[in-house]
Design a protein around this ligand. Structure first.
Ligand code: ADP
Ligand code: MG
Length: 347
């Protein structure tokens, strides 16, 4: 089990990591997610041993790794631009790390074949890597990282250079491979779709801290801050302030909203932001007299495969997005209801 404990790192007097702590459990695939420049790659380099933290510790099974050099940590790495040797075959590339370890030839061959089987490329073992597609090259890079049987695998934006369709396909495949090998993994990305597809658990790095950790479902359903909701693009954000406790009511530019009672209601007058998810709105009529009703006009409708995304202009210059199963004509007037229990309050 990996334990990262209170790691601090500063570059040129500007702090980058300001007390990062987390653990990676056996078998677990964890996605480290954060905007570009938040320190994800730096954190991986510190875990690998290629970079020193100013303070804090990295432990494996409670052993402090400080005095263990990178090449002895038995951690596998795969980067977006992890260059393969162009003039060598698939098998020669995969065998590279094993030869460096000076393993007997028979064992190098057996482990190479096993790694190629894991990525389903045994039949291409004699092909030159330059004669492979981009997706196949990334799979070879993965096999090369897996072949020495590392105790932890770290992948730094491994699919970043590929197009969207290929990224989706490969991320599903990576998830299958990581689970079948039972090697715990830290997978760095700034792409939330990729993270949702791959991760057992997400760690969100922002402002030098892990600001939230949880399964994809937990983070999607309960983002713990406005920043997380924005980062994941979880829906419409509407500012307001608390005007009543029973029921909990938030006054906004679109009128009052009732939200489901929370165990610890925010004080009267407290400013906060409501998250109204595009799929949670119900189309209603004014006669139904429901709370949390908004009227607006459809400005445009974008076909998204399984639904249409409507842009609605409401009063006070507020625009909301809505997902609906059937298209609704532009310029239609709509009344929308957001059930109280679907609305989240974010500080
Ligand atoms: P991420 O991988 O999340 O995009 P990085 O860890 O690569 O972020 O880098 C975060 C910031 O740290 C960068 O914006 C850069 O300014 C700074 N940084 C990274 N490495 C160095 C270095 N070796 N020297 C100085 N500054 C660095
Ligand atoms: Mg990076």
């Amino acid at each position: 089990m990996l334990r990262v404990n209170d790691v601090h790192k500063t570059y040129e007097e500007s702090p980058l990591l300001e007390g990062v702590s987390f653990i990676i459990n056996p078998d677990e695939t964890v996605c480290l997610l954060g905007p570009s420049g938040s320190g994800k790659s730096t954190l991986l380099r510190i875990i690998t041993g290629l970079e020193q933290a100013e303070s804090g510790t990295v432990l494996w099974d409670e052993e402090d790794l400080r005095s263990i050099p990178a090449y002895k940590r038995n951690f596998g790495l795969m980067f977006q631009d992890y260059a393969l040797f162009p003039h060598r075959t698939v098998a020669q590339n995969v065998a590279f790390g094993l030869r460096m370890q000076k393993l007997p030839t028979a064992e190098v061959q057996a482990r190479t074949n096993q790694a190629l089987e894991t990525i389903d490329m045994l039949n291409l073992s004699q092909r030159r890597v330059t004669d492979l597609s981009g997706g196949e090259q990334q799979r070879v890079a993965l096999a090369r990282a897996l072949a020495p049987n590392p105790r932890l695998l770290m992948l730094d934006e491994p699919l970043g250079a590929l197009d969207r369709a290929l990224r989706e396909q490969l991320s599903r495949e990576l998830r299958r491979i990581l689970h079948s090998t039972h090697i715990p993994a830290i997978y760095v990305t700034h792409d939330q779709d990729e993270a949702f597809a791959i991760a057992d658990r997400l760690l969100i790095l922002h402002n030098g801290h892990i600001i939230q950790s949880g399964t994809p479902e937990e983070i999607y359903n309960h983002p713990n801050s406005l920043w997380v909701a924005r980062f994941f693009g979880l829906g419409n954000l509407l500012e307001g302030s608390v005007t009543s406790h029973n029921p909990l009511t938030i006054q906004t530019p679109l009128g009052p909203f009732q939200v489901a009672c929370q165990s610890d209601p925010p004080p009267l007058g407290k400013k906060l932001t409501l998250l109204l998810r595009p799929s949670d709105a119900r189309i209603c009529t004014p006669e139904q007299n429901l709370p949390n009703t908004i009227s607006g006009v459809v400005q445009d409708a974008v076909f998204q495969g399984e639904s249409y995304r409507l842009r609605i202009s409401c009063h006070a210059g507020v625009e909301l997005f809505l997902n609906v199963a059937h298209n609704i004509a532009v310029s239609s007037q709509l009344n929308l209801h957001f059930p109280p229990k679907t609305i989240l309050c974010l500080a």
